[in-house]
Design a protein around this ligand. Sequence first.
Ligand code: M6P
Ligand code: ZN
Length: 185
Amino acid sequence: MTKEGIVETPYRFLGEVMDGEGARFSTRILGDLEGIFADADALAKMDKDTVAYKVASIEPVPQGTPGGLYMGITYLSPGKVGAEYFMTKGHFHSNRDTAEYYWCLKGEGMLILMDEERNVWAERMHPGTLHYIPGCVAHRVANVGGDTLVFAASWPSDAGHDYASIASEGFAKRLLEVNGEPKLV
Ligand code: M6P
Ligand code: ZN
């Protein structure tokens, strides 16, 4: 689309809200997260329709376009499945060596990272923390606080999401609440 002169700004990112032209909204309920939590019995006793997280994203170019950038905001509910905190599905990028930024706007979380040798580490998230996720590193966020965790993200439009390897192998460590504290186990 050709533009000329002063045009209307198509997107907004204010506080915890991202919106604008062609914004996409998706919701993941607990029922979508079967297989990612360790305690399947605990999950089976919970309401499958409970909202685990919502994502709003701005994708100005079609997925797969080289050179473009996306922005997103994720709203991750507080809660646990057994001793494991509510978390995002987690993914590698399909285009493995593409990176991503996450930054925390609200709440308390942990960014769990895993390289291709399955080494796992985690970074604490609280309002103002900025996280550079290098290429070839899987990423997932857990909410370790009592309120909704809100974080923004920016990633390349040709990164893609590879959920399959996480679905089959998982992360090599889990973030559990042990004696009231988050611990990588
Ligand atoms: C961030 C970005 C999105 C991602 C979302 C939820 O907003 O990384 O690309 O979709 O988090 O994470 P997941 O896709 O792992 O469920
Ligand atoms: Zn990503």
